[in-house]
Structures are given as C-alpha cells and as structure tokens.
Design a protein around this ligand. Structure first.
Ligand code: SAH
Ligand code: SF4
Length: 352
C-alpha cells in the first residue's frame, strides 16, 4: 500500500489515525506543529519518540516543493519555479503590496482548458496538485524570504475548479487557525467558469473572493478564446455568478484580458456593461501579456482603448480597474517557464 500524504490531513484526521494505531492523540498536535513549520522529514521531529517517527515514515510521506529557480523582477516580484517529488515543474509568484505579501499559487501541473491566450493552457495537462503541494508552495516562499504571506490567489497554473476536492481541502487547511491561518477574506480563487463547480462552491459558503475569467462580452468572441465556453455559455455562467453572489453575499471579480482588436472595442464595452448591469461585481481589466502560439498572435490593447473601456463601464455604474502589471520583465504570468522546460526536456530555459 502506498504512503499517506500527511500534510493534506486535518489535525483531527491524523489524531484519529494515530489513536487507532495505539499512539496518544496529543502526538498529532506535536506532529502537526512540525508540518505547519515546514518540516521536510520525520527525523527532524525531535520531541517525537523514535518508534513513532519510524511508524510515521513507514506509513506517511511529507510533500514538498523544491525551489528550482527564482526570477527577480525590478519591482521586487519574484517568480518561483518549483520541482515536485515526481520531477514535475510548477510556478508560483510572490508580489509585495503595501498591505502585505501576496502569493499566486498553482493548482495543477498544466491545465486541460486550452485557452488560446494562455501559456499554461498551451502546454497541456499532466496532473492535479494535492492540497499539500499547494501548501508547500506557500511554505517554501515564506521560508525563502523569512516573511509571512497574508494573501493568496489561486491564479497560477491550472484550473482550480477542475481539481475541486483538493482545492477545497487546501482552502480549509490554509485558513485553519492551527495551520497557516490565512483568512478566507484574504484568498481569491480564479476560474474559467466551470459552472457546476461554481454551484458547489457556493454551497461551501466560503468568504473568499471568486474571480471569473470572462474575457469576452458574448459567446462568439468567448468561443474563439476559451473552449470552456463551448460547454458553458455566457448566459449560464452569469446566472451561476448571480446565484453565487446571492448565496455568499460576496462580490465577484470578473477578469477581462484586454486583447487588441479582439475584445477591446467600444461595442464590446457596452455589451459587457449591459450584461453585468446591476450585479454585485468588479471588473478587473488586464493588459494581456502578448502571446504568440501556433499561428495565433495576441497583442495587448493600447492605453487609450483600456481607458475608454473603463469609462464606458463606469457610465453603467460598473466598478472597473486596470490591473497593475507586476513582474512584467520576468514574464510573471504563469506557464511560460514550465512550457520552456518541457520543450528542453527538463533543462533550464533562460527566459529572462
Ligand atoms: N484557470 C484559472 C486560473 C489560472 S489563470 C482561470 O483561468 O481563471 C489566471 C488568470 O490569468 C486568468 O484570468 C487568465 O485568464 C489570465 N491569463 C492567462 N493568460 C494570460 C495572458 N496571456 N494575459 C493576461 N491574462 C492571462
Ligand atoms: Fe487554464 Fe486558466 Fe490558462 Fe485557461 S486561462 S488555460 S483555464 S490556466
């Protein structure tokens, strides 16, 4: 039988397992403290008796994410390339804002969704991440910088709602007082819009911020950018968003990557404004990171078009802001590093 992933367990689950195996429950408390502190082996756990440590290493493993490379931007943003225990690579980004440190984590190795403008989507899917691998990205970045992360965004590689069980477990773990204790209000989850999972998430009633990657005001444009739209149309998606807002009483943030001559016209702004009118939401306009794949070339919209877009949305009383682009010089949006590494058969790709 394979080893159990101890860092993905809740303390109560570990206590139950240990008492079943004949150990005292308070040992779970001690072991858990080590795991939260970022221990990478059972041998380090000095206050745990030798026989229990031996029992642990026979039955459990401690997941981790090893820093393979760090890219540092002029603005202080750091991009991490992590190697997982099976040799897979993932990326995370650390950003410093005046209210604290935010880390953008990956939820999958790659992504199945295949959005046309996304480096992760273009490099295919390998596997889901475990809750412990999501926690490990945060722990490794905290340790590397001797800081405490105050905000988390699930906006790195992968589609969080396509890895629903592990992501929900991660959210419960990371926000628990006896774990990393990052409050749900300091967590954002971004999805391309897997509707049935949005309904499931609404039932969890988490106080996190849900970001929905909309990127288009109608099905025609969205179909050309995001294949998920062939399954779930915009009207259905917006209906799910309205129900989500009603259930959780939380504002939704719509992500809208401004792509030159694709979705940035005045007509697009008006159509979007009409569709979102009256909704408890915010629109986050992202100047697209230009991407060139297999004959597609997506270019970022110019400043004037973005300003006009904001102006039109504001006329309809829709709150819209333009995302500050941090780490532009290190290609901080996720997927590019892994894509290059895959191309080179696991060797480093120097993209900086
Ligand atoms: N899979 C999730 C979360 C990861 S992608 C999602 O799609 O929401 C995080 C965000 O980056 C999404 O809003 C995504 O649309 C956006 N994104 C991907 N590639 C981009 C690019 N080239 N330029 C700007 N935003 C991009
Ligand atoms: Fe996946 Fe999100 Fe990229 Fe689309 S934008 S391919 S859902 S990571």
């Amino acid at each position: 039988m394979g080893l159990t992933d101890i860092k993905s367990m809740f303390k109560q689950e570990l206590a139950k397992n240990l008492t079943y195996a004949g150990y005292q429950a308070y040992r779970a408390e001690q072991i858990y403290l080590w795991l939260v502190k970022g221990a990478n082996s059972f041998e380090e756990m000095q206050n745990i008796p030798k026989d229990l440590r031996k029992y642990l290493s026979k039955n459990y493993y401690i997941a981790n994410a090893k820093i393979e490379r760090v890219f540092i931007s002029k603005d202080g943003t750091k991009k991490y390339l992590f190697k997982l225990s099976d040799g897979e690579f993932i990326e995370s980004v650390l950003m410093k804002y005046n209210y604290g440190y935010t880390v953008c984590i990956s939820t999958q190795v790659g992504c199945k969704m295949g959005c046309k403008f996304c480096a992760t989507g273009m490099s295919g899917f390998d596997r889901n991440l475990t809750a412990s691998e999501m926690l490990s990205q945060i722990q490794a970045i905290q340790a590397d910088n001797s800081i405490r992360i105050s905000n988390i965004v699930l906006m790195g590689m992968g589609e969080p709602l396509d890895n629903y069980e592990n992501v929900v477990r991660f959210l419960k773990l990371v926000s628990a007082e006896d774990n990393l204790n990052v409050g749900m209000r300091h967590i954002s989850l971004s999805t391309c819009g897997i509707i049935d999972k949005i309904y499931d998430l609404a039932k969890e009633n988490f106080q996190l911020t849900l970001s929905v990657s909309l990127h288009a005001p109608n099905d025609l444009i969205r179909n050309s950018l995001m294949s998920i739209n062939k399954k779930f149309k915009i009207e259905e998606l917006l209906k799910a968003c309205r129900i989500y807002i009603e259930k959780t009483n939380r504002r939704i943030s719509f992500e809208y990557a401004m792509i030159s001559d694709v979705n940035d016209s005045i007509e697009c702004a008006q159509e979007l404004a009409k569709k979102l009118y009256g909704m408890l939401c915010h629109v986050n306009l992202i100047p697209t990171n230009s991407i060139d794949f297999d004959g597609f070339y997506y270019k970022k919209s110019n400043r004037f078009k973005i300003e006009k877009f904001v102006e039109i949305l504001s006329k309809y009383k829709i709150n819209a802001t333009v995302r500050r682009t941090l780490g532009a010089d290190i290609n901080a949006s996720c997927g590019q590093l892994r894509k290059n590494i895959k191309k080179e058969g696991g060797h480093h790709a120097n993209i900086c």
